[in-house]
Write a protein of this length. Structure first.
Length: 94
């Protein structure tokens, strides 16, 4: 899976921040401590072959993956009307 950035001249405040995202299905890691930021005005394209993790990433972002699959990481999402919303995944498989 790849994340392709398209910059706009209207970039500014960070609206999405992903820190140390780790997703695994059993011993198979789909993401291993992935990090990135999206600023207001930026656009990204998530692309990849079938089975590369595009949908898994989006499900993790909106909280639809089982807790056991997301073994670590933190999302910060800025919503203009509500402020910053944060979601932290902690490793419960210890």
């Amino acid at each position: 899976m790849s994340l392709t950035e398209k910059r706009s001249s209207m970039t500014g405040k960070i609206i999405l921040k992903v820190k140390d995202l780790t997703i695994a299905f059993g011993r198979q890691k789909v993401f291993d401590k992935s990090n990135f930021e999206v600023k207001q005005g930026e656009k990204y394209l998530i692309s990849g072959q079938s089975g590369s993790g595009k949908s898994v990433f989006m499900y993790a972002l909106i909280g639809l993956l089982p807790v056991s699959t997301v073994t670590g990481g933190k999302f910060s999402l800025f919503i203009p009307e509500r402020g910053t919303v944060e979601m932290t995944y902690e490793n419960y498989q210890k």
